[in-house]
Design a protein around this ligand. Structure first.
Ligand SMILES: [Mn+2]
Length: 430
């Protein structure tokens, strides 16, 4: 606040969004800058006031309402660290803030606001709402997780592995995508709205659609593969885990070695995860992933050129078109992945516009490692039309296409000694 010439910062939790000309409320997600201080995961229209040298104050919105369940009283484990001021009106914070507050009255230029609530505009000068300098400082701070945050993410990982195991069982029992999704939710006792992001539950070629949301009710006649990208939340902290499975077949040669391809990608993923440590430029790990995936493509006879050529010509991006990973925390794709400690942008490698993390890693960062290998029809067609079509073995591709694709994703904490794989640890303890 000193550096930004501020006496106080108000962090607003957010206001529910209503669908057009209707009274339906979309699922509410609080402002993550608010959640970074308070575990109030569904509290709208509350606000946090921060002043240097003072106990943080929460304007805790508790309406008298018989339509909705009012928020429960603050719980001691967190509330003891705050000065709680209950307000019964949605904009109650405004009166409290700008009338004399605890003997100090604020000038409008002395206070910045963080959030997207409509009530902020009109109460603050425009340049005092989400000022970029303050926001990037807060984002950089959020990239270094505290012990409390790590324990929330660790528990979110544990819970997700329990649900992943149940989803794999449902797949082996021949359930539909929709039923697998329901069994995942039941196993972790999450509602859809509590998930950190919409589950990706993909059978067969649906695995080649990176953010597939179809959830078919019908089971395909022949099962080839299963890709599941799903997480959990604990106090709004996310886990983000992907696993890929080959269906069990009676003949070894069905699906042209897809099971072996999954296992090669698993080995590759663990070797990349093993390289995570403080001081590593994540962009270099992303480029290393391309070289290793190209090597797998070559050794499985999917491409006919060398791994080096496949990376140089962009052919490896036909099969692996997304980034190697991202920060994770209160947001699945967490903040500060593309800026340095002074808030300046760090460029992505040329030709890799999808990468969400370009930083040099620090102790306390939590991030994902998620290499993939897919048979994506539009990208393959584009290459066939505009690239070197002879570089791909199209018969191999046609044989593997019904399996969709592979992604394997773990969540890692950067430690003083290297890194800790929160996901593998949780699976090992099941
Ligand atoms: Mn991810």
């Amino acid at each position: 606040m000193d550096a930004e010439n501020l006496q106080a910062v108000l962090v607003h939790s957010g206001t529910p969004l209503i669908s057009f000309q209707d009274d339906y409320e979309y699922a509410f997600r609080p402002n993550p800058h608010f959640l970074a201080w308070l575990p109030l995961t569904h509290h709208h229209d509350s606000a946090l006031l921060l002043r240097t040298g003072k106990k943080p104050c929460v304007f805790f919105y508790q309406p008298e309402d018989f339509w909705y369940l009012a928020p429960a009283d603050p719980e001691s484990w967190w509330a003891d660290h705050f000065d709680i001021q209950r307000v019964s009106q949605a904009d109650g914070w405004r009166r409290e803030l700008f009338s004399k507050f605890n003997g100090v009255s604020f000038g409008i230029r002395d206070v910045a606001a963080i959030g997207d609530a409509p009530s902020l505009s009109g109460s603050f000068d425009d340049d005092r709402i989400n000022p970029p300098g303050l926001v990037s400082r807060l984002q950089v701070e959020r990239s270094r997780k505290t012990a409390y945050e790590v324990s929330c993410i660790r528990e979110a990982s544990r819970l997700a592995t329990v649900a992943h195991r149940e989803a794999e069982r449902a797949f082996r029992e021949g359930e539909s995508e929709f039923r697998i999704h329901l069994r995942y939710l039941a196993a972790c006792e999450h509602s859809d709205a509590q998930l950190p992001y919409n589950n990706i539950i993909a059978l067969n070629s649906h695995g080649s659609v990176l953010h597939y949301q179809g959830r078919d009710r019908v089971v395909p006649d022949l099962l080839h593969s299963f890709l599941i990208d799903a997480g959990c939340t604990v106090n709004a902290y996310a886990s983000d885990i992907t696993r890929s499975y080959a269906a069990h077949h009676t003949t070894r040669d069905s699906d042209e070695g897809f099971a072996e391809l999954v296992s090669a990608m698993d080995t590759l993923q663990q070797s990349l995860a093993g390289a995570v440590r403080a001081g590593l430029d994540y962009r270099l790990l992303h480029l290393q992933a391309h070289r290793e995936i190209a090597t797998v493509l070559k050794s499985f006879g999917i491409i006919k050129v060398t791994a080096e050529d496949a990376v140089a010509t962009g052919l490896s991006r036909v099969f692996f078109p997304h980034g190697l990973g991202h920060f994770i925390g209160l947001q699945t794709h967490d903040v500060a992945g593309l800026i340095d400690n002074r808030g300046q942008p760090i460029a992505r490698p040329e030709e890799h516009p999808m990468l969400r993390l370009t930083r040099v890693l620090e102790v306390g960062n939590v991030l994902t490692i998620e290499p993939g290998l897919y048979f994506i029809e539009p990208l393959l067609q584009q290459w066939r039309a505009h690239g070197d079509a002879a570089a791909i073995d199209w018969d191999r591709v046609a044989a593997l296409k019904p399996c969709g694709g592979i992604r394997i994703e773990d969540n890692l904490l950067v430690t003083a000694g290297g890194s800790e794989n929160l996901t593998r640890e949780a699976f090992a303890k099941l």
